[in-house]
Design a protein around this ligand. Structure first.
Ligand code: ADP
Ligand code: ZN
Ligand code: ZN
Length: 731
């Protein structure tokens, strides 16, 4: 008797056994339709076995194995199995969450037939020269098909309108035909003739970096590419990808947030016009997500550009993984299945025996430590392409009178740059008008009643917004506590700075860029065009502006309110602030104008600012590492956080106290801390607490967590919702 063990999208660790007489080992990773409870559900075969512990009479049969449709390969399942075990999450839930929604839904099965396009025999014989000279587009599309024989619907979807029309004509003429099903994976081929490269001539640093990164493409090799901002890391990635494509392999390029890095997508597509490139990120609609995923899975897409979830994209011919801005916190999923895509990317590269490049100007301490200890090979790009270095200066605001949050020295600098017709970026880490509304009579503050957070005043709709739970309220006409009618906004957000700059520089064109102003899907693109066309003099914005953008005319960056990030209880705060400020500072002087960076601060002598002024990441980070070692923090210790939430804080704390007692009853070499309320205790009306455990040995912590979780899951009548966060980033 053949049994398949199936995972479903349920929060249970168990797999479910079904009879499936024709099952073979090749079915691992295939989707099945099977009776589940009172309905039919889609699951994924995770194991094939000869016997089951379920009594034969109670063993149901699968309704159908969906063999014809796209599926995971066994090697994809191996990665997800590792992830499920390491991050203490049910395997079925992990696997199903990695499938596009369209492949998870019963009503859609069998999935709408996918199509691709192929050159017919007739199309292969005909010479382009037999076509009318004027039919330029038709000739080009036919050439495209003669070169690649088959194109999937994604590649065809990327054609422009006139090319699509030409394609329809070619189909009508019988030169190309539409076929059912997806492209089958192209097997890795031997060395193909390298297509011409249209990129710039590499600098000596880049040449050396490319040589180091392509030195051995045939085995697992982890690299850290440490390159200052503007050092041309992207160009290096493109060359390495090129070398991998030439070997007939696929490249996976992971980026923090695709909508924020459209330039990268554009440069990849521009560099490899003949190569199918797909993106995988949360901004896609269901159909896009499905076709892109299938293109990756079939091998048709040769480059996959994606955010963290793309780390699970099935890639039959994977030959390289690149993680750009590897330090970015968005690679860690912060709820539900809390995995680190960066760390899993390294695991995946090892499993598949391929090189991985982690790139950053300010690598995570964990990554830096791995490079320092020789586990990762370190390659540096120490200079900017244009050989300028932005000057970073602190503006002491302690005894200054600020005008709407702006110091006189910053205002003077802005004036000079605008007169020189250069662009200015003012960075502030808060959106909205003012972070809180206050009554000066009784000290009432606009608190969110559902969260441990303040309601932020927004000017556009004149309402108070909670940035954590989305709660909104009208601005009260008078203080709810004492009736005082004179409520005042305290502090600055992007909207207030925008207004202040507009008042201060009436002749300048000010553009605000934050989540509020870029909510519309392509708003950001329009803004970038405006900036590029020099229709903007001053940009005001949040982190959105910090990442990866190249603004050639921007020569001054002003940083407001950085101090608020300086003193935090989280031991990772300095590391994060340094990375953020490096990114922001990196926007200045990217073309030929040398850049200036002015940081307004009450603490100009703080070591972090001193390190930033010297732009010496290695020395800053070595100091931090010494502190971490002395304090017994990661990367010298491995941590996990047990999080619990309940309607009342007491309930969450009591549950954690019991969990701590259980842990202490069988722990060996694990440090178990006391439960504490979470930093943000209330969130969306729930109260949260947490319990930290740590160990100096990763395997030991893993064994402990598995045993602990099993014991905790046993306690059915739990009053708290809980989860385990392995390698937590936020404490
Ligand atoms: P990073 O990602 O390291 O901050 P980028 O990859 O954005 O840097 O490169 C900075 C700028 O330098 C980009 O405008 C890029 O097009 C340009 N660039 C990169 N390499 C070269 C080169 N070899 N010659 C000329 N320009 C280059
Ligand atoms: Zn009051
Ligand atoms: Zn709230």
């Amino acid at each position: 008797m053949k049994i398949v063990r199936v995972g479903f999208d349920v929060p249970l660790d168990t797999l479910f056994d079904y009879r499936c007489d024709d099952a073979t080992d090749a079915d691992v990773g295939k989707r099945v339709l099977a009776p589940f409870g009172r309905r039919n559900a889609i699951g994924v075969v995770l194991e094939v076995a000869d016997q089951s512990n379920v009594a034969p009479a109670r063993l149901k049969a699968v309704t159908r194995v969906l063999r014809a449709a796209p599926a995971f390969a066994a090697q994809d399942i191996a990665l997800m199995r590792f992830a499920a075990e390491y991050y203490q999450h049910p395997l079925g839930a992990v696997v199903l969450s990695a499938l596009p929604a369209a492949l998870r839904e019963v009503r859609r099965q069998p999935a709408k037939a996918l199509t691709h396009y192929a050159l017919t025999a007739h199309g292969a014989q005909i010479s382009v020269d037999e076509m009318p000279k004027r039919a330029l587009t038709k000739r080009r599309v036919l050439e495209l098909f003669q070169a690649s024989k088959e194109l999937d619907s994604v590649a065809v979807g990327a054609l422009v309108a006139s090319e699509k029309q030409a394609l329809r004509q070619l189909i009508a003429a019988g030169l190309v035909e539409q076929r059912e099903g997806t492209l089958t994976a192209a097997a890795p081929t031997a060395e193909q003739p390298a297509p011409p490269i249209y990129g710039p001539e590499l600098t000596a640093d880049q040449t050396a970096a490319v040589a180091a990164l392509t030195d051995d493409l045939d085995g697992f090799k982890p690299h850290l590419l440490l390159g200052v901002t503007g050092s041309g890391k992207t160009e290096v990635y493109l060359r390495v990808i090129d070398a991998v494509l030439a070997r007939g392999r696929q490249a996976l390029l992971l980026v923090p947030e695709i909508s924020l890095t459209p330039q990268l997508h554009a440069s990849v597509c521009a560099r490899f016009p003949q190569v199918p490139v797909v993106s995988l990120h949360s901004g896609l609609n269901e159909t896009e997500r499905l076709t892109h995923w299938v293109a990756a899975q079939s091998g048709a897409a040769r480059i996959v550009l994606g955010t963290r979830l793309a780390v699970f994209a099935p890639l039959p011919a994977l030959g390289l993984i690149v993680v750009d801005e590897e330090h970015d916190a968005s690679f860690k999923q912060s709820e539900g299945f809390r995995y680190s895509a960066r760390d899993l990317a390294v695991v995946r590269a090892r499993q598949r025996g391929v090189p991985i490049v982690l790139g950053s100007a300010t690598p995570a301490l964990e990554t830096w430590h791995n490079a320092a200890s020789g586990r990762y090979q370190l390659t540096r790009l120490p200079n900017r392409i244009n050989n300028t270095v932005p000057r970073i200066v602190c503006v002491n605001t302690r005894n200054e009178r600020l005008q709407d949050g702006l110091a006189p020295a910053l205002i003077a600098a802005i004036t000079r740059r605008i007169e020189a017709r250069e662009q200015v970026l003012i960075f502030i880490n808060r959106r909205g008008y003012a972070p809180v509304l206050m009554c000066h009579e009784c000290a009432w503050l606009s608190n969110c009643h559902r969260c441990t957070a303040k309601l932020v005043l927004h000017l556009k709709d004149r309402r108070l917004h909670c940035h954590h739970c989305g709660h909104q309220a009208p601005v009260p006409l008078a203080c709810p506590d004492c009736g005082n009618a004179d409520l005042s906004p305290v502090g600055q957000g992007t909207q207030r700075i925008e207004a202040a700059l507009a008042a201060q520089f009436p002749q300048a064109r000010v553009l605000r860029i934050d989540r509020d102003s870029t909510r519309r899907r392509d708003a950001w693109r329009g803004m970038r065009d405006q900036i590029e066309a020099r229709e903007v003099d001053i940009l005001v914005g949040t982190q959105i502006l910090a990442k990866g953008h190249d603004f050639p005319n921007l020569s001054l960056v002003g940083v407001l309110n950085a101090d608020s990030l300086l003193y935090s209880t989280d031991f990772r705060a300095p590391e994060r602030l340094y990375a953020l400020l490096t990114q922001v500072a990196g926007r200045a002087g990217r073309a030929n104008t040398p850049g200036d960076v002015l940081i307004q601060t009450d603490f100009p002598d703080h070591p972090l600012y001193a390190a930033l002024r010297n732009q010496n990441f290695p020395s800053f980070v070595d100091d931090l590492l010494n502190e971490r070692r002395a304090a017994g923090f990661p990367p010298f210790q491995y941590q996990a956080l047990l999080r619990a939430e309940a309607a009342k804080l007491d309930a969450a704390m009591q549950w954690l106290t019991r969990a701590a007692a259980i842990a202490k009853s069988f722990n060996e070499g694990i440090t178990i801390y006391e439960p504490v309320p979470a930093g943000m205790t209330r969130l969306a009306g729930r109260e949260r607490a947490q319990l930290l455990v740590q160990a100096s040995n990763r395997q030991r912590l893993q064994r402990f967590l598995a045993a602990w979780r099993a014991r905790l899951s046993d306690k059915r009548a739990s009053t708290a919702r809980w989860s385990i966060d392995v390698d937590p980033l936020e404490l």
